[in-house]
Design a protein around this ligand. Structure first.
Ligand code: ADP
Length: 608
């Protein structure tokens, strides 16, 4: 029996079988490029195996030279696919090195097929026959071809490429994989190179059996790919399990789940999501159809949310209303995130939505309640100021009366001085406007109204508050100063609510001065730009300051140290400031007295 034929043809058959198993995998899934390179590697190895078997049976120098020439084709395929497999399977390796290897091996084919002699030998002068596996195999005596340097260089660079790819993969953490693929390839290629050296340089009489050194590499590659297949199966099982868990969790949490394929403009959604948005189970859902279900007032906002989700990474969330067929409203809280391809284009967006109507209604109720409490607070502050304000109104009214009487006297004269009467009427008009302004400010404070965020000029806001408080301050012999420190930008806020906060703080300051035995009786209100996004307003008094024991409780509802206090002023004020997106806090002033400070966002923040 010819063992060489038996063994070498079995090896070739095994390689071709592996190629036949793995090529269809790549044909089904073009992303499985390692499978493609592996099947090419198997075909190349099978080719080499057959060439080697034929070499061992060559009986003439011409026959041997011709087999050597054609043997370079499978070697080329093996080297190229080995580089490709390493690069795609490990995901590492320098591209320029890979291309150099491919280039050199391709270049070596040119003299091999164009010069009339193969790239190994210029001339084969004689064949000696040595025993091998019971056969007599030929060992050539030949003149080496200098071109042989090119394929040799290609082989050494291939070893370098694989070693380098292995080290990178190792550093990236894929240690086992790197060691299996890189290690086996490098060791086997080096062993094959060592065999060539033994034969060429030391003249060891044996045939070249490169393909035997390639077989372990093929084996390791096959093992790697089957591990991948096994891993994919496990992943599929885990995915199925996690999908089950997610479905259960989504059902338990009443979550609607959706996923939008941006290439095909189709939206997949679970039953709950369809229910929430009012789609039937079989209905085809598109983004435009979803927008039609959204309340017209929220549509632009939802459109912006969708654009933001598909144009920038991260989770985007929002709340919107959906119009129900019976005319009712449902509030939906939704969040989504897009998946982007390597070119930065969104390919799919996924998200979850939940019915938040109950929370929204309770938020609205809380808001109404808060407005109600704030209103009560204002009524009580204005009530406290009423005496002083009545005096403020009385003054212009008294002046109007006196001026009217004077005008009547002038008119009794035979030739009344019309210029004088005109001046008197002018005074009457001004006094009337003054009294009217006081009443307007009080009426505004007493009105019950929703919070309306508007751009406000800080000087106007502080001016209004000062006008309301000045009479009271004068009656209590307190000096009230308003200072605006350079170029304070407009703020975003509700005029009446912010006035209420300032009225509370200044009134508290006056109370504190009353309780203190200190000399200076003054309150200073300052406004300054805190940072580009906010303005800080401080109310500093020269009163008794904040006792260390009270500091932690100042802003608690119903905390008061005053016999007739309600303890609501500071708590309402803090709620108002927080609703504006600002902060309110208190400090003791280093020179004595207390300082209450708050921040409010600038109008630019509101306009954005
Ligand atoms: P009320 O004025 O009805 O007591 P507030 O909530 O406005 O309610 O104030 C709570 C408490 O905080 C006051 O009773 C007082 O003890 C303390 N407080 C408020 N403002 C000042 C201040 N400017 N200086 C010292 N203590 C103050």
């Amino acid at each position: 029996m010819n063992w060489i034929v038996v063994i070498w043809s079995m090896l070739a058959a095994a390689c071709l079988t592996l190629a036949a198993i793995h090529l269809p995998i790549w044909l089904h899934d073009r992303a499985a490029r390692p499978s493609l390179f592996f099947s090419l590697m198997c075909v190349g190895t099978a080719g080499m195996v057959l060439c080697e078997a034929m070499l061992m049976h060559a009986r003439t120098t011409t026959e041997l030279a011709s087999i050597l020439r054609w043997g370079h084709l499978p070697i080329w395929l093996v080297i190229v696919s080995m580089v490709g497999f390493t690069h795609t399977h490990l995901g590492t390796g320098r591209a320029w090195l890979a291309w150099t290897v491919v280039g050199l091996r391709t270049l070596s084919l040119v003299p091999n097929f164009t010069t009339g002699v193969n790239v190994n030998f210029l001339e084969v002068s004689q064949l000696d026959f040595v025993p091998f596996l019971g056969e007599r195999v030929p060992i050539p005596t030949a003149v080496p071809n200098p071109w042989m340097i090119v394929p040799h260089l290609g082989l050494w660079l291939c070893i370098l490429f694989v070693a380098d790819a292995m080290m990178t993969a190792w550093r990236q953490g894929a240690r086992d994989k790197a060691l299996r693929i890189g290690g086996s390839t490098v060791v086997c290629l080096l062993a094959s190179a060592a065999q060539a050296l033994l034969i060429v340089w030391l003249g060891v009489p044996m045939p070249v059996t490169t393909s035997l050194f390639l077989l372990p590499i093929v084996g390791v590659m096959a093992y790697e790919l089957s591990r991948d297949l096994l891993h994919a199966r496990q992943l599929a099982a885990e995915l199925g399990e996690s999908e089950q868990r997610m479905t259960l969790a989504a059902r338990a949490a009443n979550l609607g789940v959706w996923s939008r394929d941006l290439a095909h403009e189709e939206i997949w959604a679970n039953t709950k999501w369809r229910e929430l948005l009012g789609f039937s189970q079989a209905e085809l859902i598109t983004a435009e159809k979803v927008l039609q279900k959204v309340h017209p007032d929220d549509r632009d906002r939802v459109r912006r949310l969708v654009t933001a989700t598909t144009s920038s990474p991260g989770v985007h969330q929002g709340e919107f209303r959906v119009q129900l067929p019976d005319g009712g409203i449902r509030w939906i809280a939704s969040q989504g995130q897009a998946e982007f391809n390597t070119h930065g284009r969104a390919i799919r967006a996924r998200g979850a939505s939940i019915d938040c109507t109950a929370r929204k209604l309770s938020e609205q109720e809380t808001l109404l309640l808060r407005q109600e409490i704030a209103h009560v607070g204002r009524v009580s502050v204005v009530g406290e100021l009423a005496m002083a304000l009545a005096h403020e109104i009385n003054q212009p009214l008294g002046a109007i009366l006196r001026n009217a009487e004077a005008a009547a006297l002038f008119l009794q004269q035979e030739s009344p001085d019309l210029e004088e009467i005109r001046a008197i009427i002018d005074d009457i008009r001004k006094d009337d406007q003054r009294a009217g302004a006081v009443i307007d400010r009080m009426r505004a404070l007493l009105k019950r109204q929703e919070v309306q965020m508007r751009p406000l000029h800080v000087d106007e806001l502080l001016g209004d508050v000062a006008a309301l408080l000045r009479p009271e301050a004068a009656a209590r012999r307190v000096k009230l100063d308003v200072k605006i420190i350079e170029d304070v930008p407009r703020i975003a806020g509700d005029r009446i609510h912010l006035q209420q906060v300032l009225l509370n703080l200044v009134s508290n300051g006056m109370d504190s001065i009353e309780e203190s035995s200190r000399q200076g009786r003054s309150i200073v209100v300052t406004a300054r730009s805190e940072d580009p996004a906010s303005v800080k307003i401080a109310v500093t008094d020269s009163g008794r300051g904040i006792a260390a024991t009270d500091a932690a409780r100042l802003f608690e509802p119903f905390f008061t140290t005053k016999p007739k206090g309600m303890g609501m002023g500071l708590s309402i004020s803090r709620t108002i400031i927080e609703a504006h997106g600002g902060k309110l806090w208190a400090e003791n002033h280093p020179g004595g007295g207390a300082c209450f400070l708050f921040t409010v966002p600038t109008a630019e923040e509101l306009e954005q």
